[in-house]
Design a protein around this ligand. Sequence first.
Ligand code: ES4
Ligand code: ZN
Length: 326
Amino acid sequence: LSHRPRYRPVPKAELHLHIEGTLEPELAFALAERNGVTLPYATTDELRRAYSFTDLQSFLDLYYALMAVLRTEDDFCELADAYLTRAAEQGVRHAEIFFDPQAHTARGIPVAAVIEGLCRALDRSEQQYGITTQLIMCFLRDQSAESAMEVFDAAQPFLHRIAGVGLDSAEVGNPPAKFRAVYERAAAVGLRRVAHAGEEGPPSYIREALDVLGAERIDHGLRCLEDPGLVERLVRDQVPLTVCPLSNVRLRCVDTLAGHPLPRMLDAGLLVTVNSDDPAYFGGYADDNFRAVREALALDDETLRRLAANSFRAAFLDETTRAAYL
Ligand code: ES4
Ligand code: ZN
């Protein structure tokens, strides 16, 4: 009998996770069947073969198309339950979960079905999976500012269930300042603010997210490295950057994992965290990303512990809970 100790993933917080990006092919086909939706793929294998992306937009096209199978409150609850099951196996203890209401309201799904479905799973998450959770409602930056305001209005009855707002989808040509007004309203009601910036877009979008939107955390932020003055500011203010290594490779923001700038970012003193973005599409969940960077970048145990500690430092936790994790 061998007694090799079972691998234990390091406890961590997941801070950059689109719940719609956790839709695995098997669940997509099951929901398609249940909801009478026809997918343009015959099998899960055929669907998986379509997961070959050239940039952010080529991914987004498939991401939005596959969401057609999500129709009822039960569907959103099942999606979140499936994610939480995986996250628990990957050492996730706290998850701040993005969702894209406009991707559903545009298809006639009421925002109530989305939020109540997700919350049914999240409300029992601490009990069932040992994971505390928060929801972050994202605006689609390739839709209009008016559309963002409309979904913010529609979400009013549910704002007590939402910790913060975010900004995602196609970045280039859709600068943060476009969403100044809706972020001002979010701030006025005490919501936390994050934004995707510097994934494909220029470093100036990171500055704008901080200065115009009041973003407290930057999602991705990779391209800050092109602007030394910006790096200095992000280091000084310890603005967290939620980096997603497997996503960056699959969307060709970086050429290879071995060439990922994560070590340079750590060396610069940036508060970086490692996250999974859209794990069903990019090849892995939270600890899959940790293990991938450990291997490809030869990170030592101390660095991995630092990344895990950073995830709790960067999380929107109360100080008592944070201290318990650190
Ligand atoms: C996304 Cl990787 C990424 N970037 C921007 N928006 C997104 N929505 C879902 N995944
Ligand atoms: Zn993202």
